[in-house]
Design a protein around this ligand. Structure first.
Ligand code: BGC
Length: 247
């Protein structure tokens, strides 16, 4: 089967699918396994290489992780095990899988997919893709080019990190209704807006599937649009990274 394997590592689950990098389409249904706990490098490498062997033995593998990653090395691990920091996860995965591997930040991966195939396709200027999940991920694009590892979920807003006040996890944990949660998100969006002046903000992450329920409560000077690729965005973007098909 022609294609590449996209893998998206989250704090609780690892999603994966074979992807046609030429169209962004999934060639297999989106699969999922539990993230090993505590999720150190050895456990992650064994889980990802195991699923690559089972799901797509001959394919190059793109891996999105909720981490700052430069040249394959992990620099932060806010929602994964801290012992990952300093690991050359890309080299370890390459050695274990025996195929080409590229690793990148999960929001950057989702952003690549949304800019190339989804909500921000063809949009010039400054585009910010925000993913609301366990944390808040950010991906900044200028005329379609990614500025990697922006980590704006950790932007301090009103004395706390944005993701500590407005992630989807916080909404669930505090049992916030949509207006309560959107009030928090609006404060965060305002901070993003004042610093970056994006033309468009794409609201991504699992919560984007509920956009019809809360989208009208969000306010921004930027055009606000829901992500289009849903839960597969990170997987598609990871596949794009390993196939060199980034916009
Ligand atoms: C991490 C980012 C990640 C985001 C979404 C944040 O806590 O620092 O690297 O993109 O969560 O998963």
């Amino acid at each position: 089967m022609a294609g590449v394997l996209g893998v998206d590592v989250g704090g609780s689950s690892i999603k994966y699918a074979a992807v046609d990098p030429g169209s962004g389409r999934l060639l297999t249904p989106l699969g999922s396994i539990s993230t090993p706990q505590p999720g150190d490098a050895e456990q992650l490498v064994s889980a990802i290489s195991g699923l690559a062997r089972r799901a797509a033995p001959d394919m190059p593998v793109g891996v999105a992780l909720p981490c700052v990653i430069r040249q394959g090395v992990v620099f932060t691990a806010a929602n994964l095990h801290a012992s990952l920091i300093g690991a050359d996860i890309q080299a370890q995965l390459r050695a274990a899988i025996g195929q080409g591997v590229a690793c990148l930040n999960d929001a950057d991966a989702a952003g690549l997919a949304e800019v190339r195939w989804g909500a921000a396709r063809g949009t010039r200027g400054t585009v910010m893709v925000l993913t609301f999940g366990t944390g808040i991920g950010s991906a900044l694009f200028v005329d379609g080019r990614l500025v990697p590892n922006t980590e704006l979920g950790h932007l301090e807003v009103g004395g706390a990190e944005g993701e500590q006040r407005a992630s989807a996890r916080v909404r669930t944990e505090l049992n916030l209704d949509w207006p309560q949660w959107c009030e928090r998100v609006n404060v965060y969006l305002d901070a993003i807006d004042r610093l970056f002046w994006p033309e468009m903000i794409v609201i991504g992450g699992g919560i984007s599937q509920d956009f019809a329920q809360f989208g009208s409560l969000l306010r921004s000077r930027a055009a606000l649009v829901p992500a289009r690729l849903g839960p597969a965005a990170g997987v598609v973007g990871a596949a794009m990274a390993v196939s060199g098909k980034e916009p």
